[in-house]
Design a protein around this ligand. Structure first.
Ligand SMILES: [Zn+2]
Ligand SMILES: [Zn+2]
Length: 339
């Protein structure tokens, strides 16, 4: 094959690719839905799945914060950090099947996944298909943020309505703001209430959430220093999902690390919090383990050992896609369905 023929071949292949790509844009997308990762929910089941257990670092193993709570036919999401859509896809849960989203606070690691969930969840593809508005609750500022996002994505929204015939009512946003102690959502026996936590004086308001269903409950801390309000509202909960932060003492000379640490709960403090709450199971998520090229981060094993100095009860280091069933007597970790 001489150079001219090879060049022509390349341009023919390119044209074919272009034609297929434009067809793909014009035709309704027929992407598959992943087969469910876990067994289907049983009647009366109360299930909690960690979608993301990370913080700002863009790690493949720990996506941004997101916890899926499923019970009473409802799918609610606490936080929408980086990668919640990918994790929902891995679970086999349609993006459009999320009934309500609750945001802990407006730090970017908790909200960067919102536009993806909102807009990708609006598409016609089998993995999306939201039917109705995108409903979101969060601290003061959530309404304004969502209004700004609607402006930022205005081109996409207008074009998809005009070009693809997507329905405006399914991209509409219903944003509400929460206050401490309020029951912010109640449907089919599933009840979500907001718990104001303490993420630092300049970072108010910040919330954790408690979800109750049929006499059982889960509490998700959000980002907080040890919080008396969180402890008071969580005593005796079945499942406690709590953040943790740690840095080696050498790093604390740098005020940046001290500031970050001051906004969170350290392992020994978390142990004290767990000892007072006495959950059936405590699980760490939102790992803030900072290091530098010279000073490595505290390891997860260290976190566990430090926590054990003040807590002897059931405790797990959370991983993305870990799932738990909250039963009447115990919290059980689910095993993925056999493929
Ligand atoms: Zn955070
Ligand atoms: Zn934060």
């Amino acid at each position: 094959m001489n150079r001219v023929t090879a060049g022509r071949r390349v341009s023919q292949v390119f044209l074919l690719w272009l034609a297929l790509a434009s067809l793909h844009l014009m035709a309704p997308v027929q992407a598959q839905v992943a087969s469910p990762m876990y067994p289907p929910l049983q009647s009366g089941e109360f299930r909690v799945t960690l979608l993301g257990t990370g913080a700002p670092p863009p790690l493949m193993r720990r996506f941004g914060p997101g916890v899926l709570v499923q019970a009473g036919g409802q799918n609610v999401l606490i936080d929408s950090g980086r990668g919640v859509t990918q994790r929902l896809f891995q679970l086999g849960v349609k993006l459009g099947a999320i009934d309500a989203v609750f945001i802990a606070h407006l730090h970017s690691d908790h909200i960067v996944g919102i536009p993806d969930l909102w807009l990708t969840g609006w598409l016609e593809a089998a993995y999306a298909q939201r039917n109705g508005p995108f409903r979101i609750w969060g601290p003061a500022g959530t309404r304004a943020m969502m209004g700004h996002l609607e402006k930022a994505y205005d081109w996409d929204i207008r074009q998809r309505i005009a070009d693809q015939g997507l329905k405006a009512e399914n991209v509409a946003v219903q944003a509400s703001e929460v206050t401490d102690g309020a029951v912010v959502y109640e449907r089919n026996g599933l009840k979500v209430s907001a718990i104001e936590v303490d993420h630092g004086d300049l970072l108010r308001p910040a919330f954790g959430y408690r979800v109750d269903y049929d006499g059982r409950s889960v509490v998700i801390s959000g980002d907080t220093k040890p919080s008396e309000n969180l402890i008071r509202r969580s005593v005796g909960t079945d499942l406690l999902i709590h953040q943790v932060a740690a840095v080696r003492p050498e790093l604390l000379k740098d005020p940046v690390y001290q500031v970050i640490l001051d906004h969170h709960t350290k392992p020994e403090e978390a142990g004290t919090v767990f000892t007072r709450i006495r959950p059936k199971l405590a699980v760490f998520y939102h790992f803030v383990l900072l290091g530098t090229a010279k000073i490595p981060p505290v390891t997860e094993k260290d976190v566990l050992e430090m926590t054990r100095r003040s807590y002897a009860g059931p405790l797990l280091l959370g991983e993305d896609l870990m799932a738990f069933r909250i039963g009447r007597d115990a919290v059980e970790q689910l095993q993925p369905a056999a493929k």
